[in-house]
Structures are given as structure tokens and as C-alpha cells.
Design a protein around this ligand. Structure first.
Ligand SMILES: O=c1ccn([C@@H]2O[C@H](COP(=O)(O)O)[C@@H](O)[C@H]2O)c(=O)[nH]1
Length: 526
């Protein structure tokens, strides 16, 4: 079983997200033993760790010895003691060696041997790494003969100094968000190279429990599959509830809370570990209940990605409030023009919002978390760029690999010819991506085209669903009519209820705007 599979399976079987740290600080060892000799220092450190292991084994998902404290014991026996400690850990408990390595590929390969080799190395199952030297410094730890190992890369560490570099702003995101996104990409590409083609992640992130806002951004940037190691609860003062709210994935897991001094300095480490495990589980339950309640508010609640989408749509002028006469003759208090998404940052965010909507939908993701389509199809013209953005964001944010195809409006009679370009769609399940559905004509045309080439259309993703009746005599919206006639789900990033909800929560708009949108919804909404 791979490292992260072991973490997952042990976490489930003992119902815990606790990771016990093994840090034999000099201060915690008897002073006379420390000063007597390297041998006695090492024996004291070993006994210190063994006592914690014996007291906490039933509560911890894994153990995290920090190499620094063992190196500090002495050059003769420091590493030997670390290996003795690792050997004292029961076989069914994974060992995460906190070494924070990072070096050029050939040196990283030597570090990996030292950390992982069973005979002459430390026999760890996973490690912590610095990602700042890039993919070639990380890959030796998780590919080739170490494909079953795993690594947590430093993303936004728990110390105050983590703001000096990791929180700096790049063009569209912070350094740590960039790291989170890269870790997701690296993890997927490492997994796709493997002969077993397992989709289990190979990488996780270290994001301090001391910064819940960073935790939430890192979770968003990394997607829901990567495990986050969130140190800082206990001696560093991190807020457990806030950290869980920000970092847990949709299933209320995907996060390990490592605690070292908070356990080793307790008078009863066993009781403290149990208390921590239960405290973490109570926080998980509260978060899931909170999220469940939100989900239960039919149609109106607004997810973070939806709020963000509305915010940047307003900023870009794509979404406007005012008085707009529509083709239908109705006067609408808002107007949405996706053609105005015209900057790199807006397009990047747009793709991410579509991907988040698709991955949050019950209709396009099966119960095992797999998408129900093989190819993303962008119909000409607007759908072409949208489809490409969606396909790319599904991969970068969720590690979901699909094909991409689009059509030309005019068949080409030279070169590759024909009207379809990109991934083959025959006998494949296809998701159609477009901006909005007005009358539904374009989507119906795409549907006919796909059926002609023996592709199976399985859904449509759009940016905004106006969710309004087509006419007062026809109670269905254009989206509902498409879904009914074509018998496929239509998923949107947002619909009219979220727009209304956004206005309720936002302090930026005049109350009149909310009033007009509310009136419009009650008059025309489905
Ligand atoms: O961002 C980070 C990365 C690693 N650590 C390590 O975790 C433990 C925390 O010890 P506590 O006693 O629970 O505070 C320690 O080994 C650190 O080196 C971290 O704290 N923050």
C-alpha cells in the first residue's frame, strides 16, 4: 500500500486525524543524562520517544519524528537512535520523517535513499520536503523505486516568518497558493507515470494551523484530494476549530494535525492524545454539520467558489446591476456578458470556477469521486475557449484528466479537414461547456452533432443560469427545458438564487439592488 493509502486507511480505521510528533527536545530530557555522554543522551531520547509511542499508538494516524532532534544528539549515534525509534513504531502505523529536504535531483536521490532504505537507511514511509527547488528536487522522493512513498511539501509553514516569503503575492496568487497548485499537478503527473496508474496522491502540503485563512486558500488551490499536514496546535497556539473549518476537505478529512510538545509535555500523554483526537473529531463534526446545514438550504446557499465568481464577474464588468431590457422584453435588474472576461487573471479564475462547479455537482461526479465524462467539448465560438479553460482547470485543481475537443463553424477542406478538432469523441461521454443558455438552440445543435458522431452527451456546464420562466405560461426555464428535452443535467457556476444571496451578504450594494433582484426573482424566477 502506498504511503497516502496507508494514511487514509489508518485514519478511517481508528477514526482519527491526529499525528503524534516525536521531538526529543534537549529540555525534555534529564539534564544529567544529556550532559553525561552521547550514549546516555541517545538512550534518554529513545526512552522519551518510546514512552510517547506506547502511550499514543491507538490514537495516532502516523508518527512524525523530526530528524533535527536526533541529529543534535551527536554524530555517532544520532541517526542510529532515530532508526531505533522508527523501529519501535508498530508496523501498522506509518512513519512520516520530518526532514524538510530540498536539493538538486542527484543529491535529492541520495537524501531519498537515506530516508527510505530499509536496510541501511531510516525506513521512513514519507517525508517532508521544501518545494522551492522545484519538481526535480521533489521527484526522487515519490517516483521510480519510491513510487509507493509520499511527501508533504512545505506550503505555508506555521511559524511567523512564513509570511516573509511564502505569503508574498505573485501576479494572481500568493507563493503558497502557487505551491499548493503545483503540488497537485506534480502529484498527478507522478501518479500518471506509474505503471499501476493509481490515482492516490503522492504529495501533501504542510500548512500551519496557525493561519486558517492560508489553510482555506491552500485547500482551494490544491483541490480536495491532497492531504494537508497542519502543525501549530498546542505549543504554537493554533486554533483547532478554525483550522478544521478552513482545511478539511468535503468529506471532513484530508488533514492531519501533528502535535509534539502538546503531548510530550502533558503529564499523561495517553490521555492528552485521546483528548486531542476527540477534540479534532468534534471539530470535524461541527464543520460537517455546518456545511450540511448550508447545503440543505434549497438552492440559495452560496459556496466560496460561487462568491468568488460573482465578485470577479462584478469587478471585470461581466456582471452589472442596473436596468437592462432583454430580448424577451423583460427589464432585468442585472446583466451578464461572459464575452467581457478578457484578461488572463479573469480567464484563469473563470476556468477554476467552472471546474469547482463541476466537481461539486452530484450529476457530473459519481459516488467514487470520478467525473462522468471523458471529453470536454467547447462549441464554436465562445465555447471553444471556455472548454479549454475548464479542461485545464479540472486537471490543475482536481487532477482530473479529460480530453478536449471543439468544432469549427465552417468545415475546412485542407489540412486536417472536417469540423471537429481535438480529442476523438466517438463512443466517449462528453460534457458540453458554454457561457449561458438563452433559448437553448446552441446546446441542442451541439447535442445533435455529438449524437451524429456517436458520442454520448452526458451534461452541460454553463457559467450563469438566469433561472427564470421562459414565459408566464411556460413555468420552465431555458435550462430546465434543455435538461428535460435532452435528458442530461445542466450545471451552472451560479444561478439567480446565488446572485440574490450574494447581495444579501454583501455590504457593497445599495439595498435597492437586492430589492429589485428579489422582486425580479419572485416575478419571473423558476
Ligand atoms: O510549518 C511547520 C512545519 C513543521 N513543523 C514541525 O512540527 C513540529 C511541531 O511541534 P509542536 O511541538 O507541536 O509545536 C515540530 O517538529 C516542527 O519542526 C512545524 O511546527 N511547523
Amino acid at each position: 500500500m502506498s504511503f497516502f493509502d496507508q494514511i487514509q486507511s489508518r485514519s478511517e480505521s481508528i477514526n482519527s486525524l491526529l499525528c503524534v510528533g516525536l521531538d526529543p527536545h534537549q529540555k525534555e530530557l534529564p539534564a544529567d543524562q544529556w550532559s553525561a555522554s552521547e550514549e546516555s543522551r541517545c538512550e534518554a531520547a529513545y526512552q522519551f520517544c518510546k514512552r510517547i509511542i506506547d502511550a499514543t499508538a491507538e490514537h495516532t494516524v502516523c508518527y512524525k519524528p523530526n530528524a533535527a532532534f536526533f541529529e543534535a544528539l551527536g554524530t555517532k549515534l544520532g541517526n542510529v537512535t532515530l532508526r531505533r525509534v522508527i523501529d519501535a513504531i508498530p508496523n501498522d502505523i506509518p512513519v512520516l520523517l520530518d526532514v524538510k529536504r530540498g536539493d538538486i535531483g542527484s543529491t535529492a536521490a541520495a537524501y531519498a535513499e537515506a530516508c527510505y532504505e530499509e536496510k541501511d537507511g531510516l525506513n521512513a514511509g514519507g517525508v517532508t520536503l521544501s518545494p522551492l527547488m522545484g519538481w526535480d528536487s521533489v521527484s526522487p522522493f515519490i517516483t521510480g523505486k519510491y513510487a509507493d512513498k509520499g511527501a508533504f511539501v512545505l506550503c505555508k509553514t506555521s511559524n511567523p516568518g512564513s509570511n516573509d516569503i511564502l505569503a508574498l503575492n505573485l501576479q494572481q496568487q500568493t507563493v503558497f497558493e502557487k505551491i499548493a497548485g503545483l503540488a497537485n499537478e506534480w502529484s498527478s503527473s507522478a501518479a500518471s507515470d506509474s505503471p499501476t496508474s493509481s490515482t492516490t496522491p503522492r504529495l501533501g502540503l504542510v500548512v500551519g494551523a496557525t493561519d486558517p485563512s492560508a489553510l482555506s486558500k491552500a485547500r482551494k488551490a490544491a483541490g480536495s484530494k491532497l492531504w494537508i499536514l497542519a502543525p501549530g496546535v498546542g505549543a504554537q497556539g493554533g486554533d483547532l476549530d478554525a483550522a478544521c473549518r478552513a482545511g478539511l476537505n468535503d468529506e471532513g478529512t484530508g488533514m492531519l494535525i501533528p502535535v509534539s510538545r502538546g503531548i510530550s509535555r502533558a503529564t499523561d500523554p495517553a490521555a492528552e492524545a485521546m483528548k486531542l483526537k476527540e477534540g479534532i473529531n468534534a471539530a470535524r463534526k461541527a464543520v460537517l454539520d455546518e456545511r450540511g446545514e448550508k447545503r440543505d438550504q434549497p438552492g440559495d446557499s452560496i459556496a466560496p467558489y460561487q462568491k468568488e465568481f460573482l465578485e470577479f464577474s462584478l469587478k471585470e464588468g461581466v456582471l452589472k446591476f442596473g436596468s437592462f431590457v432583454l430580448k424577451s422584453g423583460r427589464t432585468s435588474p442585472y446583466f451578464f456578458n461572459a464575452g467581457l472576461f478578457s484578461s488572463g487573471s479573469a480567464l484563469h479564475k473563470l476556468g477554476k470556477a467552472y471546474a469547482a462547479a463541476i466537481m461539486s455537482s452530484k450529476e457530473l461526479v459519481d459516488k467514487d469521486g470520478k467525473v462522468t465524462f471523458d471529453v470536454v467539448f467547447g462549441p464554436a465560438y465562445k465555447g471553444i475557449s471556455l472548454g479549454a479553460l475548464v479542461c485545464s482547470a479540472l486537471y490543475s485543481d482536481f487532477g482530473v484528466e479529460t480530453g478536449f475537443a471543439y468544432n469549427r463553424k465552417e468545415a475546412k477542406d485542407h489540412g486536417e479537414g472536417g469540423i471537429l478538432v481535438g480529442s476523438s469523441m466517438a463512443n466517449k461521454r462528453v460534457l458540453v461547456v458554454d457561457d449561458v443558455i438563452t433559448a437553448g438552440t446552441a446546446i441542442r445543435e451541439s447535442h445533435t452533432l455529438l449524437q451524429k458522431i456517436e458520442a454520448t452527451p452526458v451534461g452541460v456546464a454553463i457559467a450563469l443560469d438566469r433561472a427564470e420562466k421562459r414565459s408566464l405560461e411556460d413555468p420552465l426555464s431555458a435550462v430546465q427545458a434543455v435538461a428535460r428535452d435532452l435528458e442530461i443535467p445542466v450545471v451552472s457556476i451560479v444561478a439567480l438564487p446565488q446572485l440574490q444571496e450574494y447581495l444579501k451578504l454583501s455590504s457593497e450594494y445599495d439595498e435597492d439592488v437586492l430589492k429589485l433582484v428579489t422582486e425580479y426573482r419572485s416575478q419571473y424566477g423558476v
